[in-house]
Design a protein around this ligand. Structure first.
Ligand SMILES: C[N+](C)(C)CCCC[C@H](N)C(=O)O
Ligand SMILES: O=C(O)CCC(=O)C(=O)O
Ligand SMILES: [Fe+2]
Length: 421
């Protein structure tokens, strides 16, 4: 009866596990023994239905702030933030999780307006803020996005009129840096202008937000169409949209481009929001989205030019999603560097090709293409886990410099400035 009443109060489909109807003689509440507590909802106060809880055989069920949460007892013991279990100075757990009895059950439960109190069999008491529980529960996390973003096509990006940040304000003020990072996190691309067109000045920019990720291309790279490396990037040919270093187990997080010189025609840069395209695939053909997120593929870089000998292999699906909320966090798309497919049986491979075709069609829609001409003084930062880049064929002498950045360190800088990243 109470079950139905709560269901309508909270507007959620409610179900009781069979276990919950069993008596739990060991349960205590409000320091009083509550013999049949497992089959009963408890409220902070009779008139306040903000919070209600129910103890089951192997978990605690809690409703707070319109969220229904289920907590495993070992999880609850593991997340005790008392001084003996957790070091608040270092923000590190000191409890040895492996010492927790996997069959542990609290022997008493109490909830007041803000806090849940559990008493464990050895008498240890854990307090959990109710807000903390909502924020840190699986159910709470599932409703959250990890990375708030604005997905764009050319029109959306242009309409947004995202400003470039001035080099001095980027280097010298937290506001400038924060503005830049906010845009970068939202759109996956951002520009800094009035940069002195040298490799050294570009390096200073990069170091302002992150650590430079040194790779087989060096730390800061400089390149022109001299085929000094065995890759199409080092020619004058057009390059279709792609992400870089798909052949690393962890593709580079961010790519910085700064065009130092171009005396000639063509050579515009193409940018496409891979997450926008993937979202279209999810809407039109969820099965294909799923296939692209499940089928692992190899990408490969085999180089034997001059003194450069490299063989890199990275394995992973085209679309990488967080399993708990299906949120996309990395697209690995490079048709040049995709290796022989030998990780997929023939019938799946055919469906994979169809899914790849759907995604490619979205990525190639002209309305999704943002074309920009990189000029000396204007540095471009690209989220290489999200935004694809390419270039138009060109004539004449063209020199680009740049580097890759470690992703964790960009996000670290952003978080320290108060941004969600
Ligand atoms: C940027 N830089 C010129 C140094 C390297 C280019 C790497 C090209 C490679 N095909 C890839 O897509 O990863
Ligand atoms: O030349 C360009 O504009 C970009 C080439 C490229 O894709 C790269 O360097 O990663
Ligand atoms: Fe590239």
């Amino acid at each position: 009866m109470w079950g139905r009443r709560l269901a309508c109060l909270f507007k959620v489909p409610w179900q009781l596990s069979g276990n919950a109807r069993h008596r739990s003689p060991w349960l205590r509440c409000d320091r009083r023994a509550v013999p049949a507590a497992a089959a009963r909802w408890h409220h902070t106060a009779p008139e306040s239905l903000k919070c209600a809880w129910q103890l089951h055989g192997d978990h605690l069920e809690l409703r707070y702030a319109n969220t229904l949460m289920r907590f495993d007892f070992v999880w609850l013991r593991d997340h005790c933030r008392s001084a003996s279990c957790y070091n608040a100075k270092t923000n590190q757990r000191s409890l040895d999780t492996a010492s927790v009895d996997l069959a542990i059950k609290p022997k008493a439960v109490r909830v007041d307006e803000t806090t849940l109190f559990l008493t464990w069999p050895d008498g240890h008491v854990t307090r959990y803020g109710l807000e903390w529980l909502v924020k840190n529960s699986y159910e709470g996390q599932k409703q959250q996005v990890m990375h708030p973003r604005i997905l764009w096509n050319a029109e959306i990006y242009r309409q947004a009129q995202v400003p470039s940040v001035d080099c001095r304000s980027f280097l010298e003020t937290d506001e400038g840096l924060k503005e830049f990072l906010r845009n970068f996190l939202l759109y996956g691309i951002a520009f800094v202008e009035n940069v002195t067109p040298t490799k050294e000045d570009t390096e200073i920019l990069a170091e302002r937000i992150s650590l430079i990720r040194e790779t087989i291309y060096g730390r800061m790279w400089y390149f022109t169409s001299d085929f000094s490396r065995g890759d199409t990037a080092y020619t004058k040919l057009a390059l279709d949209r792609h992400t870089d270093t798909t052949y690393f187990q962890e593709p580079c997080g961010i790519q910085v481009f700064h065009c130092l010189k171009h005396e000639g025609t063509g050579g515009r840069t193409l940018l496409v929001d891979g997450f926008y395209a993937a979202e279209q695939v999810l809407q039109q053909a969820p099965d294909q989205f799923e296939l692209l997120s499940k089928v692992p593929l190899k990408h490969e870089y085999v180089e034997n030019v001059g003194d450069c000998h490299n063989h890199m292999i990275g394995v992973g699906p085209v679309l990488n999603v967080y399993p708990w909320n299906n949120e996309l966090y990395l697209i690995r798309y490079n048709n040049y560097d995709r290796a022989v497919i030998n990780t997929v049986p023939y019938d799946v491979v055919h469906r994979w090709y169809a899914a790849h075709r759907t995604l490619t069609a979205e990525l190639r829609r002209p309305e999704n293409e943002l074309w920009v001409k990189l000029k000396p003084g204007k540095a471009l930062f690209v989220d290489n886990w999200r935004v694809l880049h390419g270039r138009e064929a060109f004539t004449g002498y063209r020199q680009l410099c740049g580097c890759y950045l470690t992703r964790d360190d960009v996000l670290n800088t952003a978080r320290l400035l108060g941004l969600q990243a």
